[in-house]
Design a protein around this ligand. Structure first.
Ligand code: MN
Length: 483
């Protein structure tokens, strides 16, 4: 990820006089230093200015909008700061926005408190005025309340920063489609023009014939180098070398075409591999482990989502709900081949097996078990006029079955609140069979990202009931039609 900076601006006004304003600035610099020194923020905070006039607010947001390194602004009203002076600036803000409701001192100094102290340490008062204008203007912002030296507040700011950086990354995202989406499938479709207008995503196609031309240009030396990388990272089954070398050729060619256009994600489909001998398996898995997003069967929305979650930091993979173990209340997640080895519990192994469908040569793929731990699965669906992000809390477990004849990478998880209610809720929300499984992007982070990019967010967690969710979806639908 790029080295983004977040701008910190205090709210005040000239009414208080120079001495108070100097103190506000000094304290806000100390807060920024404290946050930066905490080690809990993934990006630095830079104190930018104390906003005292409408011109200051307009300058703050215009400069933030124009700065490609600025991934968001954080405001805090140390004193009262009349909000009408913020309107013109905030109305034009195009960066993620956090209102951090804090206070310079943790405690009220019993003996020292007087009216000067009250006028200086007034966020309880000023941040309410500041909050009103955010709500009145329907600004999609995050509010975090807490003491700036406390770990909990710092952690939450750090999480929000990841969502904001993800949104800025998302704005410039390009996706390459090798072939169309799988014939007849609905959920992998979507309005690419709408996605670009709303999210900035550029989704374009590259002919599979062009990919095979580039594959033919890959040299033996490049393949040898890629094979050395595979051997360093993975174990090999006997006689997997030849098929893996073909995957190396595919990976190098795919990456060359992606990099030529600055694309961070791609799709393909086993229905359109004209001129290719194997469906890319190991090739796609290794590309994903190196940060590229992927969605199977032409699923460009999930490809983009995989890239964004990877960019927000942590361990995330393209995933698919495959088969249930109804007795144990577990879902077996896998794909034909393309699960990212970043989620592997142990060192993955390259094996070659035939595919039951598609009519191509047996492809090399990585086989492994996903690791145990708390995670989320997320699906992005096109509701017509808007995108809906559905996120479900899950608990990944060590698979209780060895499944020795299953020739793909596999993960097993228990969905929240349980398999039946979780599945009912997921289906009511319109969630796809394709998802992104993430061990590091939690529901709050994803909700924050959805708010910034203007997508609807639906969370399925411990307290979800199908009836309550049905009501929420009904009201959401009405609200989004009015938007
Ligand atoms: Mn699929």
């Amino acid at each position: 990820m790029k080295n983004y900076t977040f701008w910190f601006a205090a709210g005040s006004q000239h009414l208080y006089g120079g001495e108070t304003l100097r103190q506000v600035e000094e304290n806000c610099r100390a807060i920024a230093d404290g946050l930066n020194g905490s080690g809990r923020l993934p990006y630095p905070v830079a104190y930018k200015m104390t906003v005292k006039t409408a011109e200051d607010a307009a300058r703050l947001t215009a400069e933030a909008n124009a700065d490609g390194d600025c991934a968001g602004i954080i405001t805090f009203c140390h004193t009262f700061s009349p909000s009408k002076m913020w309107i013109n600036g905030l109305a034009r803000l195009r960066k993620p926005y956090l209102h951090f409701h804090t206070q310079f001192h943790r405690e009220i100094p019993d003996d020292a408190i007087d009216m000067d102290y009250m006028n200086l340490h007034q966020s309880a008062h000023g941040d309410r005025e500041h909050g009103f204008i955010g709500t009145r203007m329907r600004l999609p912002r995050k509010v975090i309340a807490g003491y700036w030296r406390d770990a909990a507040a710092q952690e939450r700011i750090g999480q929000w920063m990841r969502s904001a950086a993800g949104a800025v990354f998302s704005e410039g995202l390009k996706v390459t489609r090798f072939g169309d989406n799988m014939r007849g499938v609905a959920v992998t479709e979507g309005d690419k023009v709408e996605a670009q207008i709303r999210l900035g995503w550029q989704v374009n196609t590259v002919p599979v014939g062009r990919l095979t031309e580039v594959m033919a240009e890959v040299s033996d030396a490049e393949i040898a180098e890629k094979m050395a990388e595979y051997r360093e990272k993975y174990d090999f089954a006997p006689s997997a070398e030849d098929a893996a070398a073909y995957q190396a050729r595919e990976e190098i060619a795919i990456q060359r075409l992606l990099d030529a256009e600055g694309c961070a994600a791609f799709t393909n489909t086993f229905e359109d591999l004209y001129g290719m001998r194997q469906l890319p398996g190991l090739a796609t898995q290794n590309l994903m482990s190196r940060g590229y997003g992927y969605g199977g069967e032409g699923d460009w929305k999930t490809a983009a989502l995989t890239a964004v979650l990877k960019a927000m930091g942590g361990v995330s993979s393209f995933m698919e709900d495959y088969t249930y173990d109804l007795k144990r209340g577990l879902i077996l997640g896998a794909h034909m081949l393309e699960v990212c080895p970043c989620i592997a519990a142990d060192r993955p192994r390259v094996e070659v097996h035939p595919l039951g469908i598609g009519g191509k040569e047996p492809p090399a793929r990585l086989i492994f078990e996903g690791k145990a731990g708390r995670a989320t699965v997320s699906s992005l669906v096109d509701m017509g006029g808007r995108l809906r992000l559905i996120t479900q809390d899950v608990e990944c477990v060590k698979p209780p079955l060895a499944m020795p004849r299953l020739p793909v990478a596999r993960v097993m998880w228990k969905p929240s609140p349980n398999l039946e209610t979780g599945a009912e809720s997921w289906i009511l929300a319109g969630g796809a069979h394709h998802t992104v499984l993430s061990y590091d992007c939690g529901a709050e982070l994803l909700r924050d990202w959805a708010r910034i990019i203007g997508a609807e967010f639906v969370h399925i967690g411990e307290n979800t009931t199908p009836h309550g969710l049905e009501q929420e979806l009904f009201w959401n639908d009405l609200a989004w039609k009015l938007k």
